[in-house]
Structures are given as C-alpha cells and as structure tokens.
Design a protein around this ligand. Structure first.
Ligand SMILES: [Mg+2]
Length: 230
C-alpha cells in the first residue's frame, strides 16, 4: 500500500479547537441582515441549527445565503464584517501545520482539505494565505460549493478528485469528529486518523462513532503513524 495523499478536516484539526459562543455568533451574523436585531439573531440561530441538523442527518450542505433564506431574512453581504471579526480569533492555523505539510510534500504526498462549511472558498483561502500555508495545499473542497457534507462518500470523493487521486485506499484522512470525519473516511475507503481534542457541540454529534485506524495527540505525530502504511 502506498499513501498518495493526506486530506485534512479544517476546524478543530488544522486549527486548535475553540468552543464557540453560538449566541454571540448569531448576534454578529444578524448585523448582516437588512432588519437586524435580537429577533434576527434568534431566527439565524434557529436556521443555523436546522442547517447543521440537515448536514448531520441527511449530509446536505448549505451556505450563509441559505441560512438567511431559512431564517426569512435578507442578507447584505457587505455587512458580514462583524461576523468575520467574530470568527477571526478562532481561525488561527496550528503551529504544527506548516512543517507537517512541508514534510508530507517533501516525501511525495499530496495534501488536501475537506471542510464542512457554510463559508465561501475565498474566506478559507484568505486564512491559508494569511498563515503561509496556501502554497502547501494541492486541493481543497468546501462543502458550501457542493451538494453534500461529510460523512457522505460524495464529499470524500470530491476531495480525492481535488487532490488528483483515484484510490481511496491510498488516502489518509485526518479529523477531529468521529462521525463526520472518521466514520465518513472509513466508509469512503480511506485510512482514518483521529485528533481527539475537540468538544463537539451536542447537537452536532453524529449517529455513528467511527473507529479510527490511528489516534494522534498532535499533528506532528502524523508522519510516524503514516510511515508503516507507505
Ligand atoms: Mg473539525
């Protein structure tokens, strides 16, 4: 067996896990509504919960625009500044990432990202550029651009296509969620590595607990785990 590609989840995997205050998040998001305020924040919070439930139960993806539509609100994209500022401190790339990705690529592996996200690609790419890792990523799939979310096999197949590999058995997937990431990757035929530090919100826990092929305590431990698989 030869590992051709390593594909990473983003939040809680390439970024250290941060517990999010969803009420504060909704309040920041409501500032982008034509008619903002407390009622808008409540509607957006409920719409966000509905969207993530559909991701969990039916693996249907969504966008920020879809959350506003679900809430019956009109989005003014130019006013998303406060929402992005709310998230900004939670987006920092783990210090282990850059040396890890450089090493994987030096050893001939391709590097990918597959994120369940409602954000547009450009927001994610700006973070990778800011943190100096954009040039180390061969391909990325953001579920806001496709119909499905993890753990759907379609999401994993899209990520394989993005990095240019066709055999799931030659892919290692690294993630922090046992349902979306670990069950999903194994179900798609990949090798699955769990990074278990995230405190997943109750409403986002999955229906199945996947069993990883390996567990790592930090990203810098990954090359030693992959070595016997190469
Ligand atoms: Mg994650």
């Amino acid at each position: 067996m030869a590992v051709e590609a390593v594909i990473f989840d983003w939040g809680g995997t390439l970024t250290p896990w941060r517990t999010i205050d969803f009420s504060a998040e909704s309040a920041a998001l409501a500032l982008a509504a034509t008619d903002g305020g407390a009622q808008a924040a409540e509607a957006l919070r409920a719409a966000g919960d509905a969207v993530w439930s559909r991701s969990r139960d039916h693996h249907h993806s969504a966008t920020i625009e879809a959350i506003f539509a679900e809430a019956g609100l009109e989005l003014e994209p130019a006013r998303l500044t406060a929402y992005r500022e709310f998230w900004e401190p939670h987006t920092a790339t783990d210090d282990d990432v850059r040396p890890l990705l450089e090493r994987l690529r030096d050893e001939g592996m391709r590097v990918g990202v597959l994120s369940n996200t409602v954000w547009p690609r450009s927001w994610h790419e700006e973070i990778f550029v800011r943190d100096g890792i954009d040039h180390l990523i061969d391909g990325a799939v953001y579920t806001s651009e496709i119909a499905w979310t993890k753990p759907s096999p379609e999401a994993f197949q899209a990520a394989m296509a993005a990095v240019g590999v066709s055999d799931p058995g030659s892919c290692v997937f690294v993630g922090d969620r046992l349902f979306d990431d670990i069950y999903g990757a194994r179900n798609a035929g990949m090798l699955a590595v769990h990074l278990p530090h995230s405190d997943i919100p109750l409403g986002q826990l999955g229906h199945t607990v996947g069993e990883p092929h390996a567990v790592i305590q930090r990203l810098s431990d990954l090359p030693d785990v992959i070595a016997p698989w190469r």
